[in-house]
Structures are given as C-alpha cells and as structure tokens.
Design a protein around this ligand. Structure first.
Ligand SMILES: [Zn+2]
Length: 428
C-alpha cells in the first residue's frame, strides 16, 4: 500500500523551536572553567504515528528512563482516561534524556500538562478551559416556527435543540404550533467563555429544568414539563406527576400494516377457529422489531409454532411477546429500553408469510394491545405525588417566574441605558 510505504519513508516529525537549542554534547569542564554551564533544554513537538501504541514506543528514539515513562503514563491516566490517538501532538522539554515538561493537546477542552517534580515523579493536570454552569431563561413567541423564534431571542443552538428534544415528547412541532404561541423554559448549560480555544465561546451539555408550551389556536393548551429525579433516573413529568409516553408501545414496529386483530378467528394454517391472542403486523422480512417498553428479556429462543420468540417482563405486571422473528438482537436476561431493537421480522414457526405476532399480557392473561389503555411510563402516586404537586411543582414555577422577572428587568435596564446614552450623546 502506498500509505504504508509513505509512513516508512517519512521521518518522524521533530521540530526544535530554536535551532540554537539543538542538543549538544556536554562540554568537558577543564580545571580552569569557573562559569556554571547552563543546562541545555530542547523543546520537541512530535505527533503519534499510527504504529505508536503508547508512550514507550512514542519515546523509543530517545534514551528516556523506563521508570520516567511509567511515571508520566500513570500521571496522565489519572486525569485523562482516553489514551493517545494517531495524530495527537505532544510538546515536551528534554534535558539530556530527562523530560522536564510535557503537554498534550487532546481537544479544545482537554490540554494535559505534565511536570516533573523534585522527587523525579511526574504530575499531570488538565489546563484546558473551565466551563461555567449558566442558566438560560427562554421566553419566546412564535412568529414562523420554534427554531426561528428562539434564535431571534439570541438563544444558543444547544438550548434550542435540548428544549425541542424534550418538549417533542408532548408537542407536535409541525402540527401544534401556530403564530402567537409561546415557549418558556429554564436550562442549565456549560458555558465556555470566548478564548483561544473557543473564539466564539461555546454552550454545551444543556439540562432542561422546566419547560412550558402554550400552543394551539385560540385558548392555548398549556403543556408543562418538570425535570424530576427518581432514584438514578431523570424523568420529565407533567403537573400530574406523569411522564410523557406510555409504558408500552401499541405498535413495536415501523411501517407495518395491521394484518390480524386480537380475538377469535379461523387459523390460516390449521383451519380451526381459535383465539388469536395477539396482533399481527405484516412487514417485510428483516424489518426491525422494537421492545414495546423497558424491561427484562425472559426468553429469546425458538419456541414451537411461534418460531423465534422473545418475551419481555415490564413493570406493573405487564409482559410482551414477539413471534416468528427472522433473528434476534437481544438475549435472555438483557435489560432493554423502550424502542431498542430486539429482533427482525421473519416467518419462522407456523407462519404463512413475514409478519410480527405481538402479544401483551397483564398479570399472566393475554390482553388486546390495541384497545388497552396503556399506563404512562412513570406515574407518581400517594405521598410522593402529594409532595411533588404540593412543593416541587409550586417551587419550580415560582423560581421560574422570578428568573423571568429578573431577565425582563435586566433587558429593560439595558434598553434604558441605551436610550439614555442616545439622549446624552445626541444624534450622531
Ligand atoms: Zn398472530
């Protein structure tokens, strides 16, 4: 291969910042010499090649003590777990065969600086820019669309996308939104101030804490979402303490046609009339099948006339089953989330053509998935719900109202200041 040849022919990149600082043999001190010889320090900039697999091979051409390489490696791994990749550049200072300093520009946020200590060990720290956690308050009225409205109010893209992502669970962005509709929200994001690394500054890692959409024609329909922590999970709940979305999907497959309903029917193969305990969706072989809800896979194997069969145990006494699959994309014991691909449409077992046979069980009894009123994914109850509605929702709303009032006051102040300057400076 041409590229391999190239790599062998090209010398490793090695730049000395100052040609006068080339390493030189230590002068032999004569008896007469009285002046102290300044140590010669060379600065080298070198990139990792595709064949370097760590500091040992990277430093192979220098006579650096192995203990030093180990110490540098340990120090670096304490602050940055991701290893070096081809193309990463290290800049280091060499005094004889001792590395006195080393810096690794990993990305705009990660600049690792390694320094040799008095005791000969190395210490590393990330000297990259530190973000601030900043609160963004959204209060925008739709003129044409959601994105344009927030953009017009100078909201960063990250804020707009995070809000759209979470509100998208309860708001249809193409159908529900009309001129004059209003979106409000509070988000906390990492803000990187403008610097050498982020000339424009940067907003990242936004977390929505509260959102309110007043949408539709005429009397607006109001949707609120509150960020709420349940155990290790973050949920977005409405004011009733329910998360958007249902515990189970009614149709765990895309682009399928419902080909046979739940209920008694004449079986296409046996000819007998019998109970059809599921719903059939006709779809091309290989179409992905999704887990209808979060849960644990009880079975993923061949199962008689069902062919390749998956059964999942969900919360609240629900189980779902998927039959006639071509193949599996999960295994017994796996924890799956709603929408994860668990297998593909096929025609295994007693089947007349590619389709998904989908069953829902409630407390062990087969129920009709298409008429079942599915419970929400999360629904707070009892004292938890009381605390949520009585304290949490009230506090979040009033905190937001205060933040919004402050924001309006600030913009009024800056507007007044501009007006005042215009008055005192007169027309230009
Ligand atoms: Zn069926």
């Amino acid at each position: 291969m041409y590229s391999d040849e190239l790599e062998q022919v090209l010398p490793l990149i090695e730049i000395s910042t100052d040609p006068l600082e080339e390493p030189v043999a230590k002068p032999v001190m004569s008896q007469a010499a009285e002046e102290v010889v300044e140590p010669v320090i060379t600065t080298v900039e070198k990139s990792f090649s595709k064949t370097d697999n760590g500091l040992t091979s990277f430093f192979a051409e220098y006579d650096i003590p192995y203990a030093d390489i180990l110490s540098m490696d340990r120090a670096i791994k304490l602050v940055e777990k991701a290893g070096f990749k081809a193309g990463d550049t290290l800049t280091f200072s060499l005094q004889d065969s001792i590395v006195t300093q080393l810096s690794w520009y990993r990305d705009a946020k990660t600049i690792i600086q390694v320094t040799r200590q008095e005791d000969g060990q190395y210490e590393a720290k990330n000297v990259g820019p530190e973000p601030l956690r900043k609160t963004f308050i959204v209060d925008s009225v739709i003129e044409t669309n959601f994105y344009a409205a927030l953009k017009n109010d100078n909201q960063p893209d990250e804020v707009i996308y995070e809000m759209a992502d979470i509100l998208g669970k309860v708001v249809g962005f193409t159908s529900d939104i009309h001129k004059g509709n209003r979106f409000q929200g509070e988000l906390v994001c990492d803000l990187y101030a403008p610097s050498n690394y982020f000339p424009e500054g940067s907003v990242e890692n936004c977390d929505l804490s509260y959102a309110k959409a007043s949408i539709g024609y005429g009397e607006p329909s109001v949707k609120e979402m509150f960020r709420y922590v349940i155990g290790d999970e973050i949920a977005y709940l409405n004011e009733k303490g329910e998360a958007a979305g249902n515990l189970l999907m009614k149709t765990p497959i895309n682009g399928a046609r419902l080909s046979s309903n739940f209920g008694s029917r004449r079986h296409p193969i046996s000819g007998y009339t019998r109970m059809h305990k599921g719903t059939d969706f006709a779809a091309p072989t290989g179409t992905p099948i999704y887990a209808a809800g979060n849960g644990t896979v009880l079975r993923a194997s061949r199962y008689g006339t069902f062919g390749n069969y998956v059964r999942i145990k969900h919360a609240n006494g629900y189980e779902t089953a998927y039959a006639h699959m071509q193949g599996f994309a999960t295994k017994r014991g796996a924890y799956v989330r709603q929408g994860d691909i668990i297998g593909y449409v096929g025609s295994t077992g007693a089947s007349t053509g590619p389709h998904l046979h989908f069953e829902v069980y409630l407390n062990g009894k087969a129920v009709n998935s298409q008429t079942l009123k599915m419970p929400p994914v999360v629904k707070l109850e009892g004292t938890v719900l009381e605390a949520y509605q009585g304290e949490y929702v009230v506090t979040v709303r009033s905190d937001f109202a205060n933040a919004l009032a402050r924001k309006r006051w600030d913009s009024l102040q800056s507007w007044a200041a501009r007006g005042f300057n215009a008055l005192t400076q007169g027309p230009s």
